[in-house]
Ligand binder design. Structure first.
Ligand SMILES: [Zn+2]
Length: 372
């Protein structure tokens, strides 16, 4: 497939045009006809999107139907299905949900918002469920890969840009946002280290307790990786920026140890009250942590209503303005990203697409080398 398109391009042009690999997160929960979906995907392909991370629930049939359309338009197709956040899933039992430092279940009393119902990554039943659910989707021929999301604990510290929204000052770890203190986690940690974490005044000071929880997520990912790879499918994930600067600290993702084929850090600068240049810093951190061995696609958060950004109190509606998009792409590529990923195409305004169309054909890495 790849070879054919290169050859075709060369026949009308002596050198194929440089193009940054571009992915997009696309949600398709509402029922859309095959024809409308094809029109939408064709449009994205023409705009420069090479692969879709598609969220359409948990039914394998959906991924078969939509994946076929994606392939017909010449795009890669990955099933984007949330992992540990499970707000509405009759297949999971309430006792499998994570428990905070106050002993409250995320099922009954979730942190921050109603849908923040996370299951415990340390429950064998949770692993079995995920293995079966992702396995059934990975078996679909039209699916190129499985894309994990919410593969983490609830935020023990919220990104700085969200403090006002939730009226919180998160200067340290507080027990109501700190997971998981379920019986399984507490007893496994005691068996491993001899420490009864429920008797510790400030668990955030116990390094082994942090590492124990990084390892729970890492082990879960790496067990699932064996299953997905055995079906000859790609395995990747949306992760927090870092891993060291942010992901480990606020959601306990030590993702440089995950056995994935590609990483999609959500480099959503506005959530951290940072500008596009920060995206370069976190891309560099990511590729260094992975020792340049795995591709990093820099996740970019797009502002859906640029005119209103300064009046908009909710950070969910902030994001890159059209004139910040080019620096965001440039910073990503100059600092080692293999490509970019848009959150989301639907949020892109005509002005964003205009900037995007030009930027994705610039070879920023070579340009920056020549400038040195
Ligand atoms: Zn637990």
């Amino acid at each position: 497939m790849m070879l054919i398109s290169v050859v075709l391009m060369m026949s009308c042009n002596s050198q194929p045009e440089y193009k940054i690999p571009c992915y997009a997160w696309v949600s398709g929960r509402r029922q859309v006809s095959d024809q409308d979906m094809k029109t939408q995907f064709k449009d994205l392909k023409e705009k420069g999107i090479d692969g879709i991370l598609f969220n359409g629930g948990r039914n394998p049939d959906t991924y078969q139907r939509i994946g076929k359309i994606a392939h017909e338009t010449g795009m890669e197709f990955h099933a984007w299905i949330p992992t540990l956040i499970q707000p509405n899933n009759p297949d999971l039992k309430p006792e499998w949900y994570a428990v905070n430092g106050l002993g409250e279940s995320a099922y009954e009393k979730p942190a921050y918002i109603e849908r923040y119902k996370f299951v415990c990554p340390n429950r064998e039943e949770v692993y079995s469920y995920l293995k079966e659910m992702y396995g059934a989707v990975a078996d679909i021929a039209e699916v190129d890969g499985i894309h994990l999301d919410f593969i983490r604990f609830p935020d023990v510290i919220l990104a700085r840009g969200l403090w006002e929204k939730y009226d919180l000052v998160m200067d340290r770890e507080y027990p109501q946002f700190d997971y998981c203190y379920c019986d399984t986690c507490v007893s496994d940690f005691k068996a491993l280290t001899g420490i009864d974490i429920t008797t510790v005044d400030d668990p955030s000071q116990i390094e082994e307790w942090k590492q124990f929880r990084y390892d729970l997520i890492t082990d879960l990912v790496n067990r699932l990786a064996v299953m997905v790879h055995s079906k000859n499918k790609e395995f990747n994930a949306a992760v927090f920026p870092g891993p060291n600067s942010i992901a480990k600290k606020i959601v306990r993702q030590e993702w440089d140890r995950w056995n994935l084929d590609a990483f999609f850090p959500m480099n959503y600068n506005d959530f951290y009250l940072e500008g596009p240049e920060w995206i370069g810093d976190v891309c560099e951190e990511a590729v260094m942590a992975l020792d340049h061995q795995k591709p990093v696609y820099s996740g970019l958060f797009i502002c859906p209503d640029p005119e209103n950004k300064t009046n908009e109190p909710d950070p969910e509606y902030h994001g890159l303005l059209p004139d910040e998009l080019e620096p965001a792409i440039r910073e990503s590529m100059e600092h080692g990203a293999a490509g970019i990923c848009l959150f989301t195409p639907r949020r892109m305004t005509p002005a964003h697409w205009k900037v995007f169309k030009k930027a994705i054909h610039r070879d920023y890495r070579t340009e920056s080398l020549q400038a040195d």
